[in-house]
Ligand binder design. Structure first.
Ligand SMILES: Nc1nc2c(c(=O)[nH]1)N[C@H]1C(S)=C(S)[C@@H](COP(=O)(O)O)O[C@H]1N2
Ligand SMILES: [Mo]
Length: 246
């Protein structure tokens, strides 16, 4: 019940264009009542961050390649993929007041953003794609992130080279207006190779910070005790930088 009420309330509040979310008076008063200066400061910083460049339809890459995992190698995934992901759940959990479990349908019904951006992989390729989804900030506000949270961890369904893929960002990147949970690429449901049914877009970071096959979003104080302790798959396995800003 709590979960439903929170979502219905949000859908009612945020009806405008995505870029305007932070400007609505409802959002401002929510923001003012946020008790914790730390979370408040980080959210304010996120609002002031520069936006990643956006492109036009003419710039779209003819195809958007798949990189790293291009599927999830389980029977359950194959079944879900074949039937349009009716049972996929995205959890929002950890240091939050109201943990959420959202279906793809729930995600589709929230206010949507569309952005055409360039994806840059450290392996030396780029692609421009149009992504549609819900701002991560909307989900985090629905769940009520607690003041002790410093990072948002993204959990994925796939394993790569024997390890679970995961990633994390700080609160500033989490609340950045272009950080979205995407369910569409170029106007179509996400293709399998690009992370169906859900993936993150963290537009001011390199490709490996955009986890695919997303199953959970977890607010944590520290990632020391998560997997290898470095905040992400590539960070743990290959010593990549945790902060991959571009
Ligand atoms: N779950 C998961 N997310 C992932 C990866 C992965 O292997 N598994 N690879 C990352 C890397 S290195 C890149 S460049 C992009 C590739 O996204 P694409 O397959 O849509 O091109 O996804 C990132 N997110
Ligand atoms: Mo990458």
């Amino acid at each position: 019940m709590k979960r439903r009420a929170a979502l219905a309330g949000l859908a009612a509040l945020f009806t405008g264009a995505c870029s305007k979310v932070a400007d609505t008076s409802a959002a401002k008063s929510l923001f003012k009542t946020a008790e914790d200066w730390h979370l408040k400061m980080h959210r304010a910083l996120a609002g002031e961050q520069a936006l990643a460049p956006e492109y036009s339809h003419a710039d779209l890459s003819p195809s958007f390649r798949g990189n790293g995992s291009v599927t999830v190698d389980t029977d359950q995934y194959r079944q879900e993929l074949a039937s349009g992901f009716p049972n996929w759940q995205l959890e929002v959990r950890g240091l939050v007041k109201n943990p959420l479990a959202l279906s793809i349908e729930n995600i589709r019904r929230l206010p949507q953003c569309t952005q055409i951006t360039r994806h840059d992989c450290v392996e030396g390729w780029s692609a421009i794609g149009e992504w549609t989804g819900v701002q991560l900030s909307v989900l985090l506000d629905a769940a009520g992130v607690l003041p002790q949270a410093n990072f948002i961890v993204f959990r994925c369904a796939d394993t790569l080279a024997g390890a679970r893929y995961y990633e994390s960002v700080d609160i500033v990147d989490a609340y950045h207006p272009q950080t979205i949970v995407a369910h569409m690429l170029n106007g179509e449901p996400l293709p399998e190779k690009n992370g169906a049914p859900l993936r993150m877009r963290v537009e001011r970071q390199l490709g490996y910070k955009h986890p695919k096959y997303l199953t959970a979003i977890e607010a944590v104080a520290s990632f020391d005790d998560i997997e290898g302790g470095n905040g992400g798959f590539w960070e743990d396995q290959y010593g990549y930088q945790w902060y991959a800003g571009i």
